[in-house]
Design a protein around this ligand. Structure first.
Ligand code: M6R
Length: 614
């Protein structure tokens, strides 16, 4: 939540900050603001709303300056208004700060500062940090970096901050704990700081990911210097970014979400590239190689995640249990972290997260480590906190996902879990050679089959038109299509604001059936497979109550098509791989329904892409 960006160098800072904020807007879009240093004066511009609102507002002012900080906010403490927008400043206006995270003990710090004469303008937790730094600077006679360090020692919570001061016009000081921060090292003795690499990529590929409790000073005279909270000097570990700039642009699509849906043939292929060869009969996940023996002998695998990633875990549970016959449990990270779970050294915890920054997932990882478990991470973001907090892991290689609603990241997660299930099954010998060959060969065909589903876009759009004014919707599926139903419902509710529920098809009669009437669209995943006949019976139950059936069926299906008000065909595939196909039409449906309802599909209300607060 919240995106931060900063620049110091010889270029004009404002255009870099605005472009950076646009790239980071997926992290929060309640308000945006910048602080620019010009002639030893901090100019502050901030506005409720989107980055474009800030841009319009700032047009009337002088936005020049070669050092600046910018912020896009997802509100936690205080309403999303101009005053609560970041940057926040010291009372004399000389120090400005941007912050992503939450200061948990802000109340007590605020009380102390007020008793020392400090006046607060905003309701945010962040404002305490800037006054604390100011207080230390005035009292202790230390420099800015040391004041930041001392201030952070009093703070409990999560932060990625950047501090600018007119008394230190040739430097920026930044720090992180539990919220991400990347330092880009420019080619012209300049520096870029940001929550992720997306604002940096077009200027430099040389980056340093700060570790927890590290404080970095970027200075025109002295370059990059890193210390930790204990004041020990740290050597920067410079990495090369692999991200491509094109992946951050819409590429002719109206929305990022649509682009990302249409990228799935490629993203799924990228995910299994070099990890699978059906002809030669192998599957491998290099990052997990050292843990394979532990995995196959584990007491159980415990998967932790949130939101869409949790749905991917549920698909993973079906796959790993069925193919590799290893016990799997799936947990919401937010519940796991607080319920004192029984975890021991023979358990392996697997954390799934697109962003690699989800606060609850990170906390679950720490808890599992404390309890002695080995923890593996599956994430899409190279260098993210989860990739560094886990013992080993695999990247999903889906490419940056900008739309707040997760699409290609989900199918990439399911692809990695499918590879993992196949690999473990192979080692354990729970699949015959021909079953292994058939499944791996079919997985290689999945991108082409996804491509064929994308060709139904126009037909799906017509169906979307019929139902776009619905107020409720039900999604049903059995087996591994149940998490697909959950994911379909989540996609619809998060971007179109239609209330939607996913249910195991057989559970419908235990409650949700009461909701069904002629107004209720019921989306059913009714593809060929073991539960087909059972799902047909569930459809009959809906029809008997006059519900509208929109089914996802296997090409060539007759029975379900006849029962359905509308149907969408997907190519035939192995039952284990159905989630990779059945998800696609549900994503497209949600997308069109949301667009028809006039919703902002890429930035749905109240949501943010990276949930770095609990
Ligand atoms: O980055 P993560 O995968 O850890 O994010 C978890 C959820 O916040 C995320 O999946 C969320 O539910 C998305 N809005 C789903 O589209």
């Amino acid at each position: 939540m919240c995106g931060i960006v900063a620049y110091i160098g010889n270029k004009e800072a404002y255009p870099i900050l605005i472009k950076g904020l646009q790239r980071l807007e997926y992290r929060g879009y309640d308000s945006a603001g910048v602080a620019l240093l010009k002639d030893n004066h901090v100019n502050l511009y901030k506005k409720q709303g989107k980055v474009s609102d800030l841009e319009n507002y700032a047009k009337q002012f002088d936005t020049s300056g070669k050092i600046g900080i910018g912020h896009t906010r997802w509100a936690t403490h205080g309403l999303p208004n101009d005053i609560n927008s970041h940057p926040h400043t010291s009372m004399d206006g000389k120090i400005a700060i941007i912050h992503n995270g939450i200061i948990e003990n802000y109340d007590s710090i605020k009380e102390q500062l007020i008793s020392r004469g400090y006046e607060f303008k905003s309701q945010t937790d962040t404002e305490v940090i800037v006054h604390l730094i100011d207080d230390i600077l005035k009292k202790e006679g230390v420099d800015l970096a040391e004041a930041v360090r001392l201030a952070l020692m009093s703070v409990i919570g999560a932060y990625a901050i950047v501090v600018l001061s007119s008394d230190y016009p040739d430097q920026l000081v930044c720090a992180r704990k539990s919220s991400p921060l990347v330092v880009g090292i420019g080619q012209e003795n300049d520096f870029y700081l940001a929550s992720d690499a997306t604002p940096i990529i077009e200027y430099t590929k040389q980056v340093v990911y700060l570790n927890d409790e590290e404080i970095a000073t970027v200075s025109l005279k002295e370059g990059l210097k890193i210390i930790n909270i204990k004041n020990q000097e740290k050597s920067p570990y410079v990495q090369e970014l692999e991200m491509q700039i094109e992946s951050l642009e819409k590429g002719g699509f109206e929305h990022f979400m649509l682009k990302e849906i249409f990228e799935q043939p490629r993203s799924i292929r990228d995910c299994f590239r070099g990890r699978l060869n059906s002809e030669e009969g192998w599957v491998q996940l290099g990052g997990l190689k050292d843990y394979e023996q532990r995995l196959i002998h584990a007491n159980r695998l415990v998967m932790v995640a949130c939101g869409t990633s949790w749905h991917a875990c549920q698909v993973g549970e079906y796959l790993i249990e069925d193919l590799a016959r290893i016990n799997v449990e799936v947990e919401y990270a937010s519940e796991f972290r607080y319920r004192n779970p029984i975890i021991n050294e023979n358990d392996i915890v697997i954390a799934l997260t697109q962003s690699g920054e989800t606060a609850d997932t990170l906390a679950a990882i720490e808890l599992a480590k404390q309890k002695g478990a080995k923890v593996l991470g599956i994430t899409n973001v190279v260098g993210s906190s989860v990739s560094r907090a886990t013992h080993a892991g695999s990247y999903t290689h889906a490419g940056p996902e900008i739309g707040v609603a997760s699409t290609k990241a989900f199918t990439a997660q399911v692809t990695v879990l499918t590879l993992m299930a196949l690999r473990l099954a192979h080692i354990r010998g729970t699949l015959s050679r021909s079953e292994f060959h058939q499944l791996t060969a079919e997985l290689e065909r999945i991108p082409d089959k996804v491509q064929r589903i994308l060709e139904s876009n126009d037909k799906i759009k017509e169906i979307a038109h019929i139902y776009h004014q619905a107020t409720n919707a039900l999604y049903l599926g059995r087996g591994s299509s149940f998490p697909v139903a959950l994911e379909g419902a989540l996609k619809l509710k998060e971007i179109s604001y239609i209330h939607a529920e996913g249910y195991p098809a057989a559970e419908m009669k235990h409650g949700p059936i009461a909701l069904i009437d002629e107004e209720m669209p019921v989306f059913v995943i009714a593809t060929k497979g073991t539960s087909y006949e059972k799902v047909v019976s569930n459809i009959q139950e809906v029809k008997a109550r006059k519900g509208k059936i929109i089914s996802i069926v296997t090409e060539g299906d007759v029975q379900v098509k006849e029962l359905s008000d509308h149907y969408i065909e997907i190519p035939e595939t192995d039952e284990h791989l159905v989630p990779l196909l059945a998800t696609i039409p549900l994503q497209i449906l949600s997308y069109h329904i949301a667009v028809m309802r006039g919703c902002n599909v890429d930035q749905p209300r109240n949501l943010a892409k990276s949930v770095t607060v609990e």
